[in-house]
Design a binder for this molecule. Structure first.
Ligand code: URP
Ligand code: ZN
Ligand code: ZN
Ligand code: ZN
Length: 466
């Protein structure tokens, strides 16, 4: 039995056109006008709707631990499905004393396999750059993990990486087509500013932003770009948030360097002022890099539209407000004790559609490229991120007429708050298919625990070769 989606407007990263999509056995089998169907096929009338490739969110945290406190895991991955995302890529911090692949495979077996409700892959995060770990990097490629991140920020935490580790990773990664990613913020600058602010009694959540101004991000971005130039390797900069860092990426791009970057939905719509909300509510908005002001948001919207940035991820981090964010509350505590990150798994497409497409900042095709097509390419997922014959039947039927309000009360993230609480929502993923299986129907999750499959990535995705 297959499924025929009729009369929709199919949107790809290149164009959009009216037509039908036929899928069977998990794959897209045919695209065309007035396609026929067999008697036992399901037929969905998508008149007035858009047919988009399922999203690829290459920046999520289901295993992140901050000061000993851990985020919600893959048991909440149905929130991605309801938000139109059908593939997630999770960052797994290497455990000290263990190998990169050893850590990934243990986490995969215990926390993802049999639990995930959308397809998934992993980025390794190198935390322990011993010689034998550097030597292991090329093996990530054969194992289906073609990306590895290093944290330039978070001084004093076990996952912080210095320049020698980054340079070694870039050189070794290049040998096997492993793309090196960086969280680019200067950890020492943050450390000095943080200590100074705390000594001055400036401990509220708002000072999180003051402790890491744009120059902190710009310096590390520039440094990572030069390290990549020295290594002759491509570089991927995660969560770019400010004009100054964008400028560094643009200049590298103009020099012909293979530098890719993403931003995240919250940096496009939230503001530094959110950190100043009363009653410790600002803690809900503590993420790194910090939220910025309107001038930076404007630069980011322009950058995603003009392809200076290649992807928009969520950087989803399911820490709750009642307990976990309150680790930074009270006597002797400060913004530096607040776990970094915000829950945003479900609303990536809703934000991009409502505040990007509906406000004329992004075309629908550009949205598809940023939401799905480029993240698939960057991660070497060659059956994901596009609607064409032979691709996985990961499809979103999107209803542009729906009107709603975003809220933690109705989303599936399993966290007691949403940074987008009360945000107007125009349109929604009405029906979502994962490899041809209907997992969202009329906006409701209808899938099964464990239906997600591990998808191995190929070294240096098509993005770099092109
Ligand atoms: O604040 C954030 N982004 N938390 C998650 C970890 C990271 O730095 O990406
Ligand atoms: Zn350091
Ligand atoms: Zn980060
Ligand atoms: Zn992150």
């Amino acid at each position: 039995m297959g499924t025929l989606i009729k009369n929709g407007t199919i949107v790809t990263a290149e164009n959009e056109f009216k037509g039908d999509v036929y899928m069977a056995k998990g794959k897209i089998i045919a695209i065309g006008a007035r396609l026929g169907n067999r008697p036992d096929d399901e037929v969905i009338d998508a008149t007035g709707k858009y047919v988009l490739p399922g999203g690829v969110d290459q920046h999520v945290h289901f295993s992140f631990t901050y000061n000993g406190s851990k985020v919600r895991g893959f048991e909440t991955s149905n929130a991605a499905a309801v938000g139109g995302t059908t593939t997630l890529i999770e960052f797994v911090n290497q455990e000290k004393g263990k190998g990169l692949i050893e850590t990934l495979e243990a986490y995969k077996a215990s926390d993802a396999d049999g639990i995930a409700m959308v397809d998934y892959g992993f980025h390794s995060v190198m935390t322990d750059p011993r010689d034998e770990v550097i030597e292991e990097i090329p093996k990530l490629a054969e194992a289906g993990y073609p990306t590895m991140k290093l944290f330039m920020a978070y001084k004093g935490m076990f996952f912080h990486a210095d320049d020698d580790a980054i340079l070694k990773a870039l050189r070794k990664g290049k040998e096997a087509g492993i793309t090196i990613m960086v969280h680019a913020e200067n950890a020492d600058m943050i450390d000095v500013l943080t200590k100074q602010l705390i000594a001055e009694g400036k401990t509220e959540p708002y000072y999180h932003a003051v402790s890491r101004p744009p120059v902190v991000e710009a310096e590390a971005t520039r440094r990572a770009i030069y390290l990549a130039e020295l290594a002759g390797a491509p570089l991927y900069v995660v969560h770019v948030t400010c004009r100054e860092a964008l400028e560094e990426i643009k200049q590298a791009y103009n020099r012909g360097q293979a530098v890719f970057g993403e931003t995240c939905a919250h940096y496009l719509v939230l503001d530094t002022e959110d950190l100043a909300r009363p009653n410790f509510e600002g803690a809900k908005y503590v993420c790194s890099p910090a939220l910025r002001t309107a001038e930076h948001r404007q630069a980011l919207w322009q950058a995603v539209d003009r392809k200076w940035l290649n992807a928009i991820s969520s950087d989803h981090c399911g820490f709750d407000f009642a307990e976990q964010k309150h680790m930074g509350f009270g006597e002797g505590k400060s913004f530096a004790d607040i776990p970094n990150g915000a829950p945003s798994l479900q609303n990536r497409l809703n934000i991009l559609w409502t505040y990007g497409v509906c406000e004329g900042k992004l075309s629908r095709s550009r949205l598809v490229d940023l939401f799905s097509t480029m993240p698939a390419k960057i991660n070497g997922l060659d059956t994901k991120g596009h609607i064409d014959v032979g691709y996985d039947a990961d499809i979103v039927v999107f209803d542009p007429e729906y009107r709603g309000v975003m809220s933690a009360k109705t989303n599936l993230e399993g966290v007691d708050y949403s940074p987008f609480e009360g945000f107007e929502q125009k349109g929604r993923p009405e029906t979502v298919f994962l490899r041809g299986m209907k997992i969202v129907d009329n906006g409701n999750y209808v899938g099964q625990k464990g239906q997600g499959k591990f998808v191995p990535g190929k070294p240096f995705g098509a993005a770099y070769e092109g």
